[in-house]
Write a protein that binds this ligand. Sequence first.
Ligand SMILES: Nc1ncnc2c1ncn2[C@@H]1O[C@H](COP(=O)(O)OP(=O)(O)OP(=O)(O)O)[C@@H](O)[C@H]1O
Ligand SMILES: [Mg+2]
Length: 309
Amino acid sequence: MLYINNLTKKYGSFTAVRQLSLHIPEGDLFGFVGPNGAGKTTTIRMVCGLLRATSGSVKIGNVRGAVGSREMKRMIGYVPDFFGVYDNLKVREYMDMYGSMYGMYAREITKLADDLLELVNLSDKKEVYVDTLSRGMKQRLCVARALLHNPKLLLLDEPSSGLDPRARVEMKELLKNLHSMGKTILISSHILSELSEMCTSIGIMNHGQLITAGCMEEILYQLSGGKRFHIQISSGMETAVRMLQEHAGVELESVMENEVIITNSGTEEEISALIGELIQNKVILRGFYKEEGNLESLFMQLTGGGEPS
Ligand SMILES: Nc1ncnc2c1ncn2[C@@H]1O[C@H](COP(=O)(O)OP(=O)(O)OP(=O)(O)O)[C@@H](O)[C@H]1O
Ligand SMILES: [Mg+2]
């Protein structure tokens, strides 16, 4: 869907984005992370055609064309990191304004704006002045506006920043919803736990370069956490510990009052059989789960270095 090829942005002698290449397949929900100043906003703005690249190219679907061409802009919905100021504009008028900027007919806009405001849960705010909306509402309005021309690709620059926990959950649900409706989505964010819950793939950027990118599950699995299991035990702890110690291929990492942590490199069948044996030997389990790789530790590990040489 989105092909970024050797994209570079220089400001004088400073390189904000360096030879970035990335492919986001259709239907992906791609999380774009990196520390402040990594070059995420610069990259997104270049893809949208709001910022001229020093070199490199962008292709969206089958449209290569000039970045920022009318054809490309039709494919993209963009939610910027800053909302802007809209004195004396009501929510409904705001949607009308953007719709007419896309060359849509008034009746078409009204119908679609109603549907979209419903989708982002702002139906009851149509007659309210945009500037008086809360931050979370403004962010959702921005998403609705970005969807007006039915773009295939949605680019959101930190849509959850500054939102309270409930508004963040709502934003996450909205994005998941759009993803299930078939939109390809790129979202930049600093909230890693949120990204690891909803994204299908992820890219980590630092100092203008893409350090790693790929399928979320694979990236998390590569982290050591992928093979650690927590077994929570109500009774039969002694039996469990003895059995786990004797079991080939099982490494007992730690034993707590009601829980043991093991590492095991076996298949799902093997680990299930192991749990079965415990139960057969009258060990009562309260819970059992595999530790997920932690995006935060990967992020710290990959972005911990100094300036690039
Ligand atoms: N107009 C500009 N002139 C000079 N340097 C710029 C300009 N815009 C951005 N930069 C620099 O480019 C680098 C990348 O900035 P960018 O805004 O893309 O980072 P970011 O990853 O979005 O960071 P954040 O997480 O803080 O939003 C920064 O060092 C920034 O100072
Ligand atoms: Mg930014």
